[in-house]
Design a protein around this ligand. Structure first.
Ligand code: FAD
Length: 316
């Protein structure tokens, strides 16, 4: 049995950020992740100025590819709205690996499954024992499943389903586009250029609204790709996309004794844009703070909406 003060299940932005701050304060931390990093994570990779600030890094100090957008091109029901701002795009495979390495804590590749309370602490799969347990395993987090599903059930209305693809393109493009409610999509479609000729395209929308309309995310994807080809934003049909789902912000308990859930495990993505990286990072910081000061974690200070951060990025 391996004993560590804090075990964090999941080494994504939420888990690695909590680990970074706990390690900095001298705590003994172990991250368990089912994936071997660098790992693929379906995500457009749009991050805000606020997120970089919380990570205590400037865009010039970030060691991998980062693109700065001074304008986001919003399209609402077909009408274009260029919005002056200061936002960024990164590649998740690089960003998450960099965050994990920066935490400088041991990482063990392990699929956490059976989690039990033992006295004041926890035992994971009969192999790992800890005083504090942080659930940072994303939407399917086993810590959420074990301790929080009953006390903090997920709201079906908040479920987002998405299809997404990141691939290299020959054409050079630097404009970031977002199309809201296009072709009846109850959400938005995106076109996010990255450094090195990478491009991320995707669509996301509320599952319940799609079901009500008898719509299918794959049909929305076909329409979106047809639209990009017609507008010459794509030169040829793209490869096959991936699909996944996550939950928008909901309010509920995020701590049960010495177990805390963070990031997508807690359902923290913003209600307007589904921004989840920033909230994951902020919840990791707040969870670390609660552990260090033996207080109860609260994520009330994490914004529920992204729009204000897009319109007034310097204020955040
Ligand atoms: C298509 C799509 C596009 C998105 N675009 C954006 C965007 O542009 N900007 C933005 O801010 N947000 C975006 N989001 C949301 C964002 O990706 C998430 O909110 C964010 O990744 C949450 O971080 P996390 O650390 O909580 O979880 P994750 O990044 O999902 O990390 C969870 C980790 O836990 C591990 N894990 C899971 N189960 C286990 C287990 N049983 N045992 C061990 N390890 C486990 C996984 O391997 C993973 O590494 C998008 C989401 C989707 C689906």
């Amino acid at each position: 049995m391996i004993f560590t003060d804090v075990v964090i299940v999941g080494g994504g932005p939420a888990g690695s950020t909590a680990a970074w701050k706990l390690k900095e304060a001298g705590r003994d931390v172990l991250i368990l992740d089912k994936a071997d990093f660098p790992r693929l994570k379906l995500c457009a990779g749009w991050i805000t100025l606020r997120t970089l600030k919380r990570l205590e890094i400037s865009e010039t100090a970030y060691p991998h590819g980062i693109v700065k957008f001074r304008t986001l091109y919003f399209h609402i029901h077909g009408l274009p709205f260029p919005v002056p701002t200061r936002q960024f795009s990164i590649r998740r495979t690089e960003f998450d690996h960099w965050l994990l390495n920066r935490a400088e804590v041991p990482v063990q590749q392990h699929v956490a499954q059976r989690i039990e309370r033992q006295g004041e602490g926890f035992v994971i799969d009969g192999k790992f024992r800890c005083n504090w347990l942080v659930g940072a395993g994303g939407t399917g987090c086993p810590v959420y499943r074990t301790f929080f599903r009953e006390i903090c059930p997920r709201e079906g209305e908040k479920q987002i389903v998405s299809m997404e693809l990141e691939f290299q393109v020959a054409m050079s493009t630097t404009h970031c586009h977002l199309w809201f409610f296009q072709h009846g999509l109850p959400g938005y479609a995106w076109y996010v250029p990255k450094k090195g000729g990478w491009l991320n395209i995707g669509i996301g929308g509320k599952q319940t609204s799609m079901v009500k309309k008898g719509a299918d995310i794959r049909e929305h994807w076909r329409r979106f790709v047809g639209f990009l080809l017609k507008k010459k934003l794509l030169a040829s049909p793209p490869p096959t996309p991936g699909a996944c789902s996550y939950y928008l912000r909901q309010n509920g308990p995020v701590q049960d004794g010495c177990a805390i859930i963070v990031g997508d495990a807690a359902g923290l993505a913003t209600l307007d844009m589904g921004e989840g990286i920033g909230p994951a990072i902020e919840s990791g910081l707040l969870a670390a703070d609660a552990i260090l000061h033996n207080t109860t974690a609260s994520f009330d200070s994490i914004p529920h909406y992204s729009l204000s951060g897009i319109l007034f990025p310097w204020k955040h």
